[in-house]
Structure formats: C-alpha cells, structure tokens
Design a binder for this molecule. Structure first.
Ligand code: AHM
Ligand code: MG
Length: 345
C-alpha cells in the first residue's frame, strides 16, 4: 500500500540534488523531526499523564513556564545534543546558548528553537507548535559564542515548524519553496500532503489581538479600522478576523488560505521597555523565512524582518506577516505616518 512521499524520502531526495552534500544536514533534520514527534506525543497525552499546567518557574523573559514548555525543551535538547551535527543550540526556554557536551562530537550547524510556542493554549486544548531555525556555525568553530548565533534571518539555511493541532503537521523550507507534511500515526511518518505551499497575495482576513487596540500606533489603528469598516469603508469589502494566540496556528492558517498576522509594537510594550512581543531569533526569523518562501512578506512595519541585525538572543520585534499586498499596505501606512509621502493605491 502506497502511503505517499515520506518526509525522510523527501529530504534525502532534496539532498541528492546538492552536489557534494554529506548527509549531515539531512540527518540533523531527521533528528529534529523525531523530536517533534516526541513533543506531539507529549502534547497529545498531556491531560492523561498529568503534565498540563504551570511548572511554577519563569524563563529568562519573566514568563511563567508550563510543564510542557520544559518537557518540550528537554526533548529538543536530548534529541539533538548527541547527534554530532550541531555546534550549539539556543532556545526560548534557556537563558544562554547551550554548548554541546564534551562527550559528544560537534558538527557545523547551529539550531535555535521555541520548543512549544503558544503554550498559554495548552491547558485549553488549542493548537500549539514547535518553531526552529538552522544556521551554519562559523568555520572550525569548536565552541560557538553568543555572537555566532546572532546572524540575520537571511543567513538561515532552513526553518520550519510543527503544529500540534487536529493533525500534527510539519512545514519546512530550506530556501526552495515551502512544503507541508502530515503525521500519519498509523505508520509514524510525516507524509508530504501540502507540496509547494503558496500564500495568496490578497486576503480579506486579519489576525491581531484586538484587546491591545488602545495601545497601537496610528498606522496599525488605521489599517484595522479600515478593515472593520468593511463594505462601507475605504476598502469597499468586508473583512474577517481570527486570533488563536498561537503564532504557529496563525501562520499555518495563512499558509493554507492567506491572511495577515500582526503583533505590532504598542504603547503597552514600550512602557515595559519591550521592542515587540515576539522573539526575533526563534519566532520572527524562521516564520519570516517560511512566509517569504511561500510568496508572502514579513516586516516590522518599518523594516524587512529577515534583514535585521540581531542584538540579543531573546530580542523582541514587531511582526507583520502574510499576504504580500496587505503587508505592503501596512508598511506603506507606517511610511506615511512616519512622514514619508508614499501613497497606497
Ligand atoms: P509564547 O512563545 O510564550 O507562547 O508567546 C508567543 C505567543 C504567540 O504564539 C502568539 O501569537 C502570542 O504569543 C499571543 O500573545 P497574546 O496572548 O498577547 O495574544
Ligand atoms: Mg513562542
């Protein structure tokens, strides 16, 4: 019985197209995929084995950690540290980059991850996910420093996410388009189910946390206000709104049917000295890479996210991503509001 193209088959076939490829990267990706399957299993059984709820600790950013945040982080670390493909790893849940223990061989790649994004949704059984970004370590780098991790998004060689929803899916890019795979639990393999994912350039669906409306900057207020005015407003069409509070689920929806997702800078974040809510290195950059590869756009409202020069591992940035024409409209509203003259048609 033919189950279709497995993810393992897909990445080996991709590797064969690269002359001189050693298989190291393929093997690393397989290890990441295995880690995601283990996390999917933990998330799936959470309520049955007593691992829902708070762990009673905080991460470096002062956010309460859930038990599953910590379990997922441990799964990623334990699944990847021994493989010999990595020079180091960094995670939303760890203060500093984690060196590879001396007893294991080191490799040429760096990985950054958010082991369980959207974890405020775990206890209410709403989709959560794992996001990862793979970079090359500098040549002959035995022990990568923090600076070695601080590479702009344009230097990513691969990015992906797993979404633990009604089905577990894995979505990947290594710079040649975006492909989606669905976990077939009967054989324990991810099967290519969404080849060449493309985000439509136009959309009539936006996602933003409306409870922050009074804190937003003028260009975001203007954009959302025009959407809400619908047929009677300047856009002349009705818009729909969604907010899952799980970035992986929002990006997945946008990759599937289009849309725009915004977590902009606002006065509330500024008052806390935060430059945004979402983290550049393991949320905005990998999602930016995936969205751009699917034909969409990803900006802070003022700059392309992938070109930002990172200044810290846990740096936060405003994020506006999705259908290209809508993202460009929001960027143009920022330009106008900041004093530029450019008008939107
Ligand atoms: P997390 O990494 O601590 O889970 O936070 C990131 C999440 C995103 O998935 C989501 O878009 C956002 O936080 C939701 O924020 P809010 O609760 O302010 O709506
Ligand atoms: Mg997160």
């Amino acid at each position: 019985m033919d189950h279709g193209t497995t993810l393992t088959q897909f990445i080996i076939e991709e590797q064969r197209r690269i002359p001189g490829a050693t298989g190291d990267f393929t093997s690393l990706l397989n290890d990441v995929v295995t880690a995601c399957k283990k996390i999917a299993c933990a998330v799936n059984r959470g309520g049955l084995i007593g691992i829902l709820g708070s762990a009673g600790s905080e991460n470096v950013q002062g956010e309460t950690q859930k038990k599953l945040d910590i379990i997922s982080n441990d799964v990623m670390v334990n699944s990847l540290e021994w493989t010999g493909h990595l020079a180091g790893m960094a995670s939303e849940e760890m203060d500093d980059p984690l060196p590879i223990p001396a007893m294991y061989p080191k490799g040429k790649y760096l990985i950054l991850f958010d082991p369980l994004d959207g974890s405020s949704n775990i206890d209410v059984n709403v989709s959560v996910g794992t996001i990862f970004s793979i970079l090359c370590a500098p040549e002959d780098c035995e022990n990568p420093t923090l600076e070695d991790f601080l590479q702009p998004g344009t230097r990513q060689i691969c990015a992906g996410y797993a979404v633990y929803g009604p089905a577990t899916m894995l979505v990947l890019t290594s710079g040649h388009g975006v492909n989606g795979f669905t976990l077939d639990r009967s054989i324990g393999e991810f099967i290519l189910s969404h080849p060449d994912m493309i985000i439509p350039a136009d959309t009539r669906e936006f996602a933003i946390n409306m409870s922050n409306q009074r804190h937003w900057e003028a260009p975001v207020k203007r954009y959302v206000d025009e959407c809400i005015q619908g047929q009677e407003g300047p856009r002349g069409e009705d818009f729909n709104m969604r907010w899952v509070a799980s970035m992986v689920a929002e990006v997945h929806r946008i990759l599937t049917r289009g849309g725009i997702f915004m977590y902009p800078i606002d006065e509330k974040l500024k008052a806390r000295d935060q430059a945004g809510k979402l983290r550049l290195m393991y949320e905005a950059n990998p999602m930016g890479f995936i969205v751009e590869q699917a034909g969409g756009a990803c900006s802070t409202g003022r700059e392309r996210i992938m070109e930002l020069e990172p200044s810290g591992l846990h740096q936060r940035v405003p994020v506006i991503l999705g259908s290209r024409n809508e993202v460009e409209r929001v960027v143009a509203y920022h330009r106008e509001s900041d004093g530029g003259k450019q008008q939107v048609a």
